[in-house]
Design a protein around this ligand. Sequence first.
Ligand code: MTE
Length: 273
Amino acid sequence: MGAAAPWATRGPTPTGSGAQDDEKLTSYDHITSYNNFYEFGTDKDDPKKNAHTLRPRPWKVRVDGEIAKPGDYDLDDLLSGITMEDRIYRMRCVEAWSMVIPWRGFPLSTLINRFEPTSKAKYVEFRTLYDVEQMPGQRRRVLPWPYVEGLRMDEAMHPLAIFATGLYGRDLPNQNGAPFRLVVPWKYGFKGVKSIVSIRFTEGQPRNTWAVMAPREYGFYANVNPDVDHPRWSQKRERRLPGLFKNRKTQLFNGYADEVGHLYTGMDLRRNF
Ligand code: MTE
């Protein structure tokens, strides 16, 4: 790690507007030991304990749907020639905890443009690996496997939306979604689908896992919004880890409203939650 690395400084400002005071980076330890990755169990410390069975290389990615260049690609071929960037993002989980994470990755648009989407490509859908040997939590039907997420094309092409391959300047640990995963900082954490093996361009809106599981509680958009409560809890405040209490106000679009607000002009965010 060079001295100029952004995480070497104290109290960095997350990329994008809306930064509040004292937004320190969450520690590497917290980021990698407290999260959701149900393919390895449903407790917060299960992913760290159990994700050693995942083999992040070699890694194939199927890219298909409404594009000129479908195919089964080797991840390292897809990544060759791409410049990695370090991006500090505020992250907000739907369960009301939040972190500040220094991701390493690159904009989705860099890859998407290479596949040459057709005019019918209105959405993009992502899928996690489905392999009970590598992901033993998939033996239990706690979710319909594989985990699926999606974005509207204009959301996917927004420069803040990235594929992450690392954090704190190192490769992603398995429990955070190795070898590559989605990061969309203005949406609740469940949009950030991990260990992606399929990218599909579609005309219709993808059926994302949590919206299929509990449609009253989780929608397709999942934009962070303090004014739209979860049916079972308020979203007005959040608990910035490692704090124990909800000590911070949640911001519209997680503080990235200046950058992404225009994507939702004219949309009723209560209906499209
Ligand atoms: N991706 C897969 N494949 N399976 C999961 O269970 N959980 C999601 C998301 N991506 C999940 C997933 C949820 S609910 C959250 S909050 C984030 O991952 C948490 O992980 P992170 O802290 O590494 O972003």
